[in-house]
Design a protein around this ligand. Structure first.
Ligand code: ZN
Length: 365
């Protein structure tokens, strides 16, 4: 059934037992079944409580490091911006621009359990590093920008290219349906037309890595900072298998900022979701500052002040900062954000995750 409100449709099957890494050995059961146990589990702070019921958490977000998180819900795992380099490793961020990793990921690429899809905000080495690009299985679905699709799909030779890359521009959506997880437990694919279908609506959100005035400065800079998306990730349900995708209803809404500065373009987001609650915001902080031989220092991600401005603009129930201390080019420490949040009086609306911690929440509906 064609449905014009979605640019792409895909279905994830939680019963596929493919390891996330290609050529990972002869045994297809060699990869772990689960993520490592979280160091700490956090839930919605009481200050952010609303009138909704205190239903049990049925979904989680595991923080790996940088902007890498793993969302688990209804038997599937979606990984954001995979970056699995270690402390001391270098990334190439553009002509003459490198960054050194200062931290280790909470789990290694080789020790990941099954991953069902990747959500990639932009094609930059601190979000999709060379090791990840060489290792991930080629048929792993990737939802990303048109620019990244060009590099991961069109621009690679057959056999090396990623075969399931779905590009979204700002305000374009993709519906990711999940073949029913309960039936998956029993290994019996659902055939009942009445069974509701878990699904994730992913919509590209505006983002801008470079301030407007700087765009004309140099081609060098443009090569160093690729176009980026933010995301609105809505976890919810279709009422039945036969229902059109437009019948999808949201149960939990997550805004992911991507690597963006606080620019006017972002004002379109609260306009588009004016009557809708944003349950959770993942904000890419760090005040990433790019040095270049020919140019003055340029900040390309939000610092503490802009992060708090974004909280004000988006008004999410809970905010979790990511992308804050993993590279030497991240110059705005998390402590600055903590202080800015405290002076705004919003400490009870922010949850801080260390690498290896998880946040658990409830998807309603
Ligand atoms: Zn980044």
């Amino acid at each position: 059934m064609s449905d014009e409100s979605f640019k792409h449709h895909l279905t994830l099957h939680p019963d596929n037992n493919k390891p996330p890494i290609r050529n990972s050995g002869t045994s297809d059961h060699s990869h772990p079944e689960h993520l490592p146990l979280a160091k700490e589990t956090k839930v919605k702070p009481t200050g952010a409580a609303t009138t909704t019921s205190n239903a049990a958490e049925n979904a989680s977000l595991y923080f790996v490091g940088t902007a890498t998180t793993i969302l688990e819900w209804e038997g599937i795992r979606v990984m954001t911006d995979p970056n699995f380099l270690h402390a001391g490793d270098h990334v190439h961020l553009g002509p003459g621009v490198t960054g050194e990793r200062k931290t280790n990921p909470a789990v290694d690429l080789e020790n990941l359990p099954r991953i069902d899809a990747v959500l990639l905000s932009h094609y930059h080495a601190d979000h999709f590093d060379e090791k990840v690009e060489n290792s991930l299985r080629r048929d792993l679905p990737i939802v990303t920008t048109p620019h990244a699709k060009h590099h991961l799909h069109e621009n690679k030779p057959a056999g090396e290219n990623f075969t399931q890359v779905y590009d979204l521009d700002f305000f374009e959506s993709c519906l990711v349906s999940i073949s029913n997880a309960e039936n998956f437990e029993q290994n019996e694919p659902s055939t009942s037309p009445e069974a509701r279908v878990p699904a994730i609506k992913v919509t590209g959100m505006p983002g801008k890595h470079v301030p407007d005035g700087a765009l004309s400065v140099a081609n060098d800079l443009l090569a160093a900072v690729p176009p980026t998306n933010g995301w609105m990730v809505e976890l919810g349900y279709k009422p039945s298998i036969s229902a059109p995708d437009s019948a999808f209803t949201n149960g939990y809404r997550i805004y992911i900022s991507g690597d963006t500065l606080m620019v006017d373009d972002l004002k379109a987001i609260p306009k588009a979701y004016a009557d809708k609650k944003i349950d959770l915001m993942l904000v890419h902080l760090g005040g990433t500052t790019i040095p270049s031989p020919n140019l003055p220092l340029l900040m390309v991600t939000m610092d503490a002040t802009q992060g708090v401005q974004l909280m004000q603009l988006i008004n999410p129930e809970v905010t979790i900062p990511v992308h804050y201390d993993d590279y030497d080019v991240f110059l705005s420490p998390l402590d600055d954000f903590k202080k800015a949040v405290e002076s705004a009086g919003w400490s009870d609306k922010v949850v801080y995750l260390d690498r290896g911690d998880q946040y658990r929440f409830n998807v309603g509906g």
